[in-house]
Design a binder for this molecule. Structure first.
Ligand code: ZN
Length: 487
């Protein structure tokens, strides 16, 4: 064969072990990329490329999809997305737990209500009156990773209602439906709710079902941070199933967990209940691999937490990273008084049991989602550690599942459930979102006291065929796309 007759690619990743994201057994192969896509997989010894990546001894997998993020504004203010790329994440699902950056109607509110203020406390940081404007901005100023975006019900409430401390009336539900319809037409992937938060708690099941009706016309997923993850979790799960059914939408139970010592061990029953529901309608879960959660600082969590760390505070930023009991001691007040003084604030709560975490991660319908808080100065380590922790600690060290299953939970399963076209698998013709990692050394290193340490064992990450991360450093690429769902 003459040299000109040999296939020539943009990039060839040679000599790696492919874990293709489908859950199928690993196999040895080279992988070639051309024009943003996977062009060939197999023995490519005769082929040439502009750039060759040696993956000997490494695993080559689809880029990880973070199924649960609050990265709506992180994509804009820190588009290099180091917390995500450094873990091998190439796509983030934004807009979870009822809060999305859009829509936000100008002049409608003087302050950003919790929990939307997890994204920012400044109304000037919410410049998008429509969801379409938000997605267009992302396309005009791409980030380093892809984004697929949910619309938050609490954000719809904040746009449609003056007073969030009551159920929506019919006119307000119609307004929310119109805003959701605009978003779905613009390319949103579904609706999220967060009725565990005070600003959405007054919403009735009928309100949620009314808004979710719009999903029938456009498809899209229903992601639910359920009303109660503690004593009344079964009723809360049933409500999520009912809302999903009203929208004829696949249900995603967000960050499934059992809060408080009294409820520890109950994942045996909740997973059986979820599996039974999944016989009737599509139901899946997402989960992060830690026994602590993180959200806004709230008093009702203190009694069920064995430890509370403050992750950020508006008026008292010096206390970020401190335990709440130490802050109270330092201030000479009770913990409840310290909570008031720190607001607006975020916190990390030790509320789960390790056996529940393992059981939920191992459940076949569970996807991996970090739920990381990118704007917290002392964030929960899940922001920087989730994916390497699942692959290192839970897969390799604890053998909770095979490497093929672990990768499937963060790639193929996620792309399939969210209907992300041509993502999540190593397959010819798919977009070349790829991660190369060392299965023997991959590990999270972010801890409670050093929460922003970069994970180890990630050799390189490609987003839409472009090298975005290599040997622990960004390449400053900005090739992330807005991913719209398959119709
Ligand atoms: Zn949530």
């Amino acid at each position: 064969m003459t040299r000109s007759a040999q296939p020539h690619y943009d990039i060839i990743i040679r000599g790696g072990t492919l874990v293709d994201g489908s859950g199928a057994p690993r196999y040895a192969a080279d992988l070639a990329i051309k024009d943003q896509r996977i062009a060939a997989i197999g023995d490519l010894a005769g082929a040439t490329a502009e750039q060759v990546i040696d993956a000997g001894g490494q695993v080559v997998a689809p880029g990880f999809i973070d199924s649960h993020t609050h990265d709506d504004r992180y994509l804009i203010v820190d588009p290099g997305m180091p917390a995500k790329l450094s873990q091998g994440v190439t796509t983030v699902i934004t807009g979870n737990c009822g809060l999305s950056q859009a829509p936000w109607l100008p002049g409608k509110r003087q302050e950003v209500p919790a929990p939307i203020n997890l994204l920012s406390t400044d109304t000037a940081d919410f410049p998008f009156a429509t969801f379409g404007a938000y997605l267009e901005n992302l396309e005009r100023h791409p980030a380093a990773v892809n984004a697929a975006c949910l619309v938050g019900h609490t954000s719809l409430r904040a746009a449609a209602m003056d007073d969030l401390n009551r159920p929506a009336n019919d006119a307000e539900i119609t307004h929310m439906q119109d805003l959701l319809r605009e978003a779905m037409q613009a390319g949103a992937i579904g609706l999220s709710t967060g009725t565990a938060y005070p600003t959405a708690m007054p919403a009735t099941t009928e309100e949620l079902m009314g808004v979710a009706q719009v999903l029938r016309e456009h498809g899209g997923i229903y992601a639910s941070h359920i009303r109660d993850e503690a004593d009344n979790i079964f009723a809360a799960l049933d409500e999520a199933f009912a809302v999903g059914a009203a929208g004829q939408a696949p249900v995603l139970v967000s960050h499934h967990k059992l809060i408080g010592p009294k409820n520890h061990g109950r994942s045996v029953q909740t997973l059986a209940h979820i599996a039974a529901a999944a016989e009737r309608q599509p139901v899946r879960l997402d989960a992060y691999p830690y026994v602590a959660g993180s959200t806004i600082l709230r008093k009702d969590r203190l009694a069920v937490s064995s430890r509370v760390i403050v992750s950020k505070s508006g008026p008292l930023p010096q206390y970020a990273g401190w335990d709440l009991d130490k802050i109270a001691e330092d201030m000479g007040v009770t913990q409840e008084e310290a909570v008031d003084a720190l607001q607006p604030a975020g916190a990390i709560y030790f509320i789960m049991d390790e056996r529940d975490v393992e059981r939920i991660l191992a459940y076949p319908g569970t996807m991996i989602g970090s739920d990381g808080m990118p704007h917290d100065p002392a964030p929960h380590p899940r922001l920087w550690g989730t994916f390497p922790r699942v692959l290192g600690y839970y897969c390799r060290d604890m053998q909770l599942f095979t490497l093929e299953e672990a990768v499937h939970k963060m790639t193929g399963m996620t792309a399939d459930y969210f209907r992300l076209p041509q993502r999540g698998l190593l397959k010819t013709g798919h977009y070349a979102d790829v991660v190369v990692f060392d299965p023997d050394t991959i590990a999270d290193t972010a801890t409670w006291s050093s929460p922003t340490r970069q994970a180890q064992g990630i050799q390189c990450v490609l987003v839409n065929g472009t090298l975005a991360w290599r040997d622990g450093a960004t390449t400053n690429s900005r090739t992330g796309a807005v991913v719209r769902p398959r119709k």
